[in-house]
Design a protein around this ligand. Sequence first.
Ligand SMILES: [Zn+2]
Length: 312
Amino acid sequence: MKRKIAPKSNPNNTGLVFNPKFLEHEIYYGHPESPERLKRIMEQLKNDNLLECLERIHPVDNPLQYICKVHTQDHIRSIQDISITGEVAKLAVAHVLGAVQVVSMGKNQNAFCVVRPPGHHAHNAGYEEGFCYYNNVAIAAKYAHEIMGFKKILIVDWDYHHGNGTQDAFITDSNVLYFSTHNLFDFPGSGYPEIIGYEEGKGFNVNVPLGFGATDKDIISVFEEILKPIAVKFQPDFILISAGFDSRKDDLLGCFNITDDGFSRLTQIVMDIAYKYCEGRIVSVLEGGYNLEGLAKAVSCHIKELMTYRTE
Ligand SMILES: [Zn+2]
């Protein structure tokens, strides 16, 4: 029998992004980045009695005007030409921006985006990179900064893989601080700690590689000892999480050993930072995670934390 956890309310008014159209995109049948991932997440949220408490977030109109802040017209044209996928990728961005909008306005304290395709590997290649087409989180950071007027955006990326697309989008930008934990010796092969940013962006790119089999203790100590002091200095106005759960134990594509409790703790640390500097504003966006059962459980734990009111 499934254990049911019924939160009495949603004191943070945590919002949820989901659209069944996200299930229509498929790289090919049997690919690990499958529609089943989102189906299982939504089932888990329902079984854990979270779904009924989470307010659904609507997409923004005309997302292409914001997508082009990160992606070239050539890239956008090529992606738009991919049947079904082009539309789904655009819709995913529109929903993530919808989340940034409602959290910016204070309508929702924070939000989780159950979206696919993921985004953090996307540059301007004109095709899919690492299962990504448009960089959802990078576009969200630009939107939070340029449209919503937040000065300093912190991106926390705990996916097993390095978010090379996001790093490269802001490598010379001091308004967006990109912080990533990842395995350096896996796809995409970037994420060296020496890469700290260039020009204006020098010091605003923080790569912290973890070793094979990294545990809760390893990643939590990095968040406590490296991310927290960085946040004290940076004082973000808005926080985005590239929430990849392929860093969870037993993932098909990852080899870290982060548990669901570990993800709860990481969420708490990011929330502590958010409450301290930016009135709790967090938009968390799904990236990887390919063990269907593990992904669903980890997402549920992450959302439960987001729903829990905390103060520093
Ligand atoms: Zn990944």
